[in-house]
Ligand binder design. Sequence first.
Ligand code: DOR
Length: 454
Amino acid sequence: MSQPSTKTLFRNASVVLPNEIRECSLLVENGKIIEIDANPLSSADCVVECDEKHLLPGVIDDQVHFREPGLTHKEELYTASRACAAGGTTAFLEMPNTKPPAVTADGVKAKDAIAAQKSHVHYGFYIGATPDNVDELNQAGNVPGIKIFIGSSTGNLLVDEQEALERIFAETTLPICAHCEDETTVRENAARLSGTSDLRDHSRIRDEKAAVIATTRAIDLANRHQHRFHVLHVSTAAELPIIANQSPYITAEVCPHHLFFNVDDYDRLGSRIQMNPSIKSKADNRALWNALLDNTIQAIATDHAPHTLEEKSQPYPQSPSGLPAVENSLALFLNQVSLGLCTLNQVASWMSDAPARIWGIVGKGRIEIGYDADLVLVNLEEKRTILDENQHTKSRWSPWHGETLTGWPIATFLKGQQVWSQSTGFSQDRFGEKLLFDHSRGGYWATPNGIGIE
Ligand code: DOR
C-alpha cells in the first residue's frame, strides 16, 4: 500500500487508549497518529465521522493458517485477509505448515511476495523448524519468529527429539513459539483407542496429559537456554501453573475455541470443533478465562485453520482438525464486554497490544501518538447473528454459526485508510504491508497493573 500523504481526522470517537477510554478526535498524517484530543474542526483531507462509536487498535492475530501456497482449496491469502479486514483484524502472523512448508528463508520470502500482491491487511510469516534446519532459521531475517510443532498437527512438521530441540533453543536467536502436545502421549492414547470413530475420543487422545508434558518440556528448554518463548493455544487449566510466574520472556496465548467450546459441544457441533490441541472441559474454559483476566495468559489468537465442510464431514478420525475464526474473533470478545465480563481496554490489550509486544512488531498495537493508525471502529450496540453463508473465508463456515453476538466491527483502517466498512464493503485498492519486527527488546514484559500495559 502506498503511503498516504494526506491528513485524516477521526472525529468524535470513544477512543480506546491503553489505560482509558476518551471521547475525542484523532488526527492521522502519513498513516501515523499525530494527535489525540485533536480539534474536531481541524482541517483534514478526509474526515471519518465516528459518532461516539468506539475506536480500537486493529487486532493483531499472531496465529493463523492461511494455506497458501499449496492448500488453496481451503483458504487463500486474498480471502483470509479480507476476512481479517471484515472482522477488525489489521495484521496477522501466519504459520509455516503450508505446502511446501515455510522452513527456509526463501520459502518465507515466497510467502511475503504472494502477500504483497494479495493481502488486504498487514502480514508476517513464521519460519518452521525441522530437526535439521538451524542454518535456515538463522537466515530468516524479518520474521516474527520460529514455529516448532513439538506435537504433530496438520502437515508434516514435527520436532520432538530432545537433541534437535536443544539445538534449536541453543543455536538460534529469534523468538520461538510452539504447538505443545506431546507426540508420545498422543500416539499411546491413539493406539489404546484405535479403531474408534467417536469424535469425542479426539479429546481423550489429545488429552490434558499430552498438553502438560509438552508445555513443561518447552518451558524447561526456554528457561535453560534463556530463550524468548511463546506458548501457543493453551488449552488446559493444568498448564496454567506451569506458565504462571515465569520470566517475562515467557508468554502465552489462548484461542476463542478453547474459551467458548468444551467437550459437551461435540454432540451439537461435531467435527466443526475438532481442533489440535483438542477442546477440553467446561472447567478448563473457566480457568483459561480467569488466566486472561489475571495476566497469566497475555494474548488472544485464533489459530484460524480452515478445512472445507466436505473434508470436515468425513467420519472421525479422517475428519481434519482445524476451524476458521478470524472474522468473528473481535466480535466474540466485544460480546464478552457487552456481558460485563471484561473491559474494552482488556480486549485491546489481549488482541492488539500484547501480540505487538510479544513479537516486537514496530509501531503497532495501540492508539498512541507516533503509532500507525491501524484502527477498527466498532458498534457496541449492534446485534448480529453469525451465519456460514455470510463468511468471507474461502471455506465459508464458522463454528459459531447461529450465534448472536452484541458488539461488531463496522469499519477497519490500515494506516488511516479504510480497507473495509459494513456499509461499503472492501476498498479494493487498499493492501497490507509486511510488518517490521524488532526483537532487540527481548519481547513482552510484565507490568504492575496486570493488563500488559507499560
Ligand atoms: O487443529 C489444528 N489445525 N491445529 C493447528 O495448530 C493447526 C491446524 C491446521 O493447520 O489445520
